[in-house]
Design a protein around this ligand. Structure first.
Ligand code: TYD
Ligand code: MG
Length: 427
């Protein structure tokens, strides 16, 4: 239960919209110019791509993520780049002192004369700062520490978060500044967190990653100015977040070949193909109920694949503990990674390594059949680019001929049983 205090509408809280004469007349679609959404270039291409190709002026963007994942670090980098290219940027922090931020910037080797820092939690003072400094971009870190005196509930409560965000949205639209909000996602899924803001803001980005790994993925889950499927890959180093422009290479760097229980999946993250290593370990259990542990793949999907392997391929797994892990701390939710997971699992259970030059794409159905996946050609190109010689894919039933990259051999299989026959070295 969350307390929401009802406040009588005053001049400060009520906008009084909806009454009186309209201030803007409806316009013809054909006569409205679209230039107002020309984007500001940002020389951080992974970030710009997720935003849809650059920063949109007058937009309100929410960056959500677990505490400590790197939100402040990322936005400080963005702030410096924007300040260097486009003019004054105002960074308002309610969590850290300006000295702390300065220390971080120094450690990251960042500086700019156009970046202004201030520690502030009161929304009304923030708005005064924005009026005075007239920036092109404002960063509010974080929305949970921001409060307005016109409501008497605590900072971080649903009503405060919502009211502050909508006031900042008005500022963004009214004064033509881009506003970035930081929002913490709490363990409980957060009632007063980014979720309640998703409909207010123009763009919602989430920074994700396993805190024990260096990789961070920036995803957009809502974007009024671009596609939502884009993903940016970063690596946390001692100088902040570094762009990873060749993520597949990165994720395959420590791979060992000719060891049972490892297979390469070609997945899609947004419009970009990504090769990841999926590892599986099947060991004889000492429990009455064998254990199944999924790290980076969906647990229920793993149970399904285990059942299909048992029933359709006669792979004995009922007496085995099963562990599946995706290298690099990635979370792969795409069914196209099914085949690689099943191959890794069968490889470990039968102690037969997978051909080292082979990559896998395919969804597995309940009768053990391989099902077609989308964007197969982009996947094949990426596999070829990373030096794979063979790619195992579902048998195509479409008439359209696949455009196969040179040097890559395609093995089309109808079922998981056929795929395993082709994938595993003879024991
Ligand atoms: P931070 O941006 O403060 O996280 P958030 O704002 O999302 O809470 O990042 C904190 C973590 O990032 C901290 O654990 C240390 C790490 N880090 C680096 O590894 N290298 C760096 O250069 C910086 C600035 C932080
Ligand atoms: Mg922070």
């Amino acid at each position: 239960m969350v307390e929401e205090v009802i406040v009588a509408e005053t001049a400060a809280t009520g906008s009084g919209r909806g009454r009186g004469l309209p201030t803007r007349a409806p316009q013809k679609l054909s006569q409205i110019s679209a230039d107002s959404t020309a984007r500001l270039a940002l020389p951080l291409s992974e970030f710009a791509r997720v935003l849809g190709g650059g920063v949109v002026p007058s937009s309100l963007v929410l960056l959500g993520g677990d505490p400590g994942i790197g939100k402040s670090t990322l936005l400080l980098q963005v702030a410096v780049l924007m300040a260097e290219q486009h003019g004054t940027v105002l960074y308002i922090s309610g969590e850290e002192s300006v000295h702390q931020i300065k220390m971080r910037a120094e450690r990251m080797g960042l500086t700019s004369d156009n970046l202004l820092l201030v520690t502030e939690t009161s929304l009304d003072t923030m708005l005064a700062h924005i009026d005075q400094t007239n920036p092109v971009m404002v960063i509010v870190d974080s929305i949970q520490t921001t409060y307005t005196e016109s409501l008497n509930s605590a900072a971080g409560s649903v009503s405060q978060v919502r009211e502050c965000a909508s006031r900042l949205q008005e500022v963004a639209k009214g004064q033509g500044v881009t506003v970035f909000l930081v929002g913490h996602v709490t363990k409980e899924g957060s009632i007063a967190g980014p979720r309640v803001l998703e409909h207010i803001v123009d763009t919602v980005l989430y920074l994700q990653g396993d805190p024990f790994h260096r990789y961070r993925l920036l995803r957009s889950v809502k974007n009024r100015f671009g596609a939502t499927s884009e993903v940016g890959v970063f690596e946390m180093v001692d100088k902040g977040l570094e762009e990873v422009t060749n993520p597949s290479e990165m994720f395959l760097m420590e791979r060992q070949v000719n060891v049972p229980g490892s297979a390469i999946a070609v997945t899609m993250e947004g419009t970009r193909p990504l090769l990841v290593e999926i590892q599986a370990l099947a060991t004889t259990t000492t429990f009455a109920n064998p254990r199944r542990t999924a790290n980076g793949v969906d647990y229920n999907r793993l149970l399904l694949l285990t059942a299909v392997l048992t029933k359709r391929v006669r792979q004995k797994l009922f007496d085995k503990d099963i562990f599946v892990n995706v290298i690099g701390g990635l979370q792969i939710d795409e069914p196209a990674a099914d085949l690689a997971t099943a191959v890794a699992l069968a490889s470990s259970a039968s102690d037969r390594p997978v051909h080292a030059d082979m990559a896998f794409v395919g969804e597995i159905g309940l009768s053990g059949e391989l099902r077609a996946v989308s964007q197969i050609e982009a996947r094949l190109r990426e596999a070829a680019k990373l030096g794979f010689k063979r790619c195992l894919i579902p048998l195509s039933r479409s008439k359209k001929k696949l455009d196969i990259p040179t040097g890559l051999e395609i093995i089309e299989c109808r079922s998981l049983a056929d795929a395993l026959e082709a994938a595993l070295l003879k024991g």
